[in-house]
Design a binder for this molecule. Structure first.
Ligand code: MN
Ligand code: MN
Length: 305
């Protein structure tokens, strides 16, 4: 018979069990953000929430994830519709929409929209969450202090987020377009960057299960071979499977996520919307799987002092 007293003891385990039980009844919720007026080059992503939903429920596929979770189950995923964009103050409307959704005890999955929307979204999430570790997949660091005179451009959201202290960690993956200015900004804010050279050498993010993750996926982080329908295609990027492995391998709870920069205007086959829909499914499943992972008794090596 196993000697229970010799099993590793985990500090704070009672809190985790309480949280896990609550998390079981917390579905993910889609919220569309049809906004692309902060794009620096080309419009189009405002139409993406509609094309991603179409891909998600297309009869070409089914509603089950790779870990056999059925996202058509309303205990797993619900659809909260789109944010109403107020042209006079779009960011306030986006933040308010996220705050109202958070008040209903769901985990938001935001469908952009250009990447500028991540700043008001994170403001809305952070108001009611633990300190956030942002995992950011992108070809671009989006750390410009301003871009072509616009401090709220889709090239700037992570500068605003870090200035306001909205994230305790920012881990960027897939970066391959840094400039000297953005390198300096990354150093100033303590951003952890796994660029594509590092990724291809095997570098991976080190995120503990005690952190609370916000996942932001800019689809141009993928190689254009996998996701051509983006406004700023940049060769030499991640594969779809690379990103799925990141989502499925995350051991920390994911409190919210966004999928941005899908541009249906330059995606004639619709494959980029299908990629976005695939990520959406697996993110919804990962949000559900956390309690399962937490219930697994940690082995001695995984227990942190
Ligand atoms: Mn971006
Ligand atoms: Mn990008």
């Amino acid at each position: 018979m196993q000697n229970l007293s010799r099993r590793p003891r985990l500090k704070g385990v009672a809190d985790r069990i309480t949280f896990a039980a609550m998390a079981l009844a917390t579905p993910a919720a889609i919220l569309g953000v049809p906004y692309d007026a902060s794009s620096s080059f080309r419009r189009g992503p405002a139409r993406a929430p509609a094309t991603i939903r179409e891909a998600l429920w297309s009869p070409a596929g089914n509603s089950w994830t790779e870990a056999l979770i059925d996202i058509s189950d309303p205990n797993v995923l619900v659809d909260a519709g789109d944010v109403t964009i107020d042209a006079a103050d779009p960011r306030a409307g986006i933040q308010g929409g996220v705050e109202r959704l958070r008040a209903t005890n769901v985990r938001p999955i935001l469908l952009g929209g250009d990447h500028s929307v991540t700043y008001p979204i994170v403001r809305g999430v952070r108001a009611t969450s633990a300190p956030l570790t942002i995992v950011h997949i992108d070809a671009h660091a989006d750390l410009y202090d301003e871009f072509e005179g616009d401090r709220f451009s889709h090239a700037c959201p992570f500068a605003r987020i870090m200035e306001e202290g909205l994230a305790s960690r920012l881990v960027q993956i897939g970066i391959r377009t840094l400039t000297k200015h953005q390198r300096e900004q990354a150093d100033r804010f303590g951003v952890e960057i796994i660029d594509m050279r590092g990724w291809s050498r095997g570098a991976r993010p080190d995120i503990s299960r005690d952190e609370t993750v916000y996942l932001s996926i800019d689809l141009d982080g993928l190689d254009p071979a996998f996701a051509p329908g983006v406004s700023h295609p940049e060769p030499g990027g991640l594969s779809v499977r690379d990103v799925l492995s990141l989502i499925q391998g995350l051991e920390a709870p994911m409190t919210a996520a966004d999928i941005v920069e899908c541009n249906p205007d330059v995606d004639p086959s619709g494959v980029t919307s299908q990629v976005a829909a695939k990520f959406l499914k697996e993110i919804a499943a990962a949000m559900q799987c956390v309690p399962e992972r937490w219930r697994t008794a940690p082995d001695a090596d995984s227990v942190r002092a």
